[in-house]
Design a protein around this ligand. Structure first.
Ligand code: PLP
Length: 220
């Protein structure tokens, strides 16, 4: 079946409430597929693997805003510090320290989100609300000049149970509301192809969507 990327993108944008930002998740997609989305005027794309992210940054137009949405190892930060515009899944002070260090080399301030664990699956990453608060309140973080935590991110359990997904998103939204004034947070990244409508109902300000735009992925 033919997939009309531009049309799918348009449909999703029309459904999103005003003010909700769309990150088009382009992992595993070809440059041609990404350019079909780009040619509609869309500029925000996300990847979950550092190597793929840097290769696409090098090959594709420079006005693309690249987000790193996957789990990030400290030793990989250096490859994207020059250009990444938002890192979604930060889960430790140590990682923030490394991002700060690498961003300094380019005289940049890199925006980040802290990933809160809301899913029940063991396989999903993230930290607790207490750990998030302790990072934000730490002197160590507050002295970092090249990294800024601008919000939170989370992934719901992969389940058909809408009530469970709703509970998980709501807990993240509540955590966000409790922290946002004091710590100047303005981005709540939650919602993917399967659950973005629920996520926006629960207060998401940024959704990360791949398969609903490009069709099913053949591999992760
Ligand atoms: C792959 C991925 C998405 C998008 O998933 P789809 O189901 O294709 O929309 C969103 N967030 C993260 C962190 C991902 O790795």
């Amino acid at each position: 079946m033919d997939i009309n990327i531009a049309q799918n993108l348009e449909n999703i944008k029309q459904q999103l409430p005003k003010g909700v930002e769309l990150v088009v998740i382009s992992k595993t997609r070809s440059h041609g597929e990404i350019m079909e989305a780009y040619d509609t005027g869309h500029r925000i794309f996300g990847e979950n693997k550092v190597q793929e992210l840097t290769a696409k940054w090098e090959a594709l137009p420079r006005d693309i805003e690249w987000h790193m949405v996957g789990h990030l190892q400290r030793n990989k930060v250096k490859y994207m510090a020059e250009f990444v515009s938002l890192i979604h899944a930060v889960d430790s002070l140590k990682l923030l320290r490394e991002i700060n260090k690498q961003a300094k080399k380019y005289d940049r301030v890199i925006n980040c989100l802290l990933q809160m664990k809301i899913a029940q699956e063991e396989s999903k990453y993230g930290i607790t609300l207490d750990e998030i608060a302790s990072i934000l309140n730490s002197e160590d973080y507050q002295n970092m000049k090249h990294v800024r935590v601008v919000g939170l991110m989370g992934m719901a359990t992969f389940t058909q149970d809408q009530d469970q997904i709703k509970r998980e998103f709501s807990s993240l939204h509540q955590a966000f509301n409790g922290l946002k004034e004091e710590h100047e947070l303005h981005i709540l990244s939650m919602g993917m192809s399967g659950d973005y409508q629920l996520a926006t109902e629960c207060g998401s300000t940024m959704v990360r969507i791949g398969s609903s735009i490009f069709g099913p992925r053949e591999y992760q």
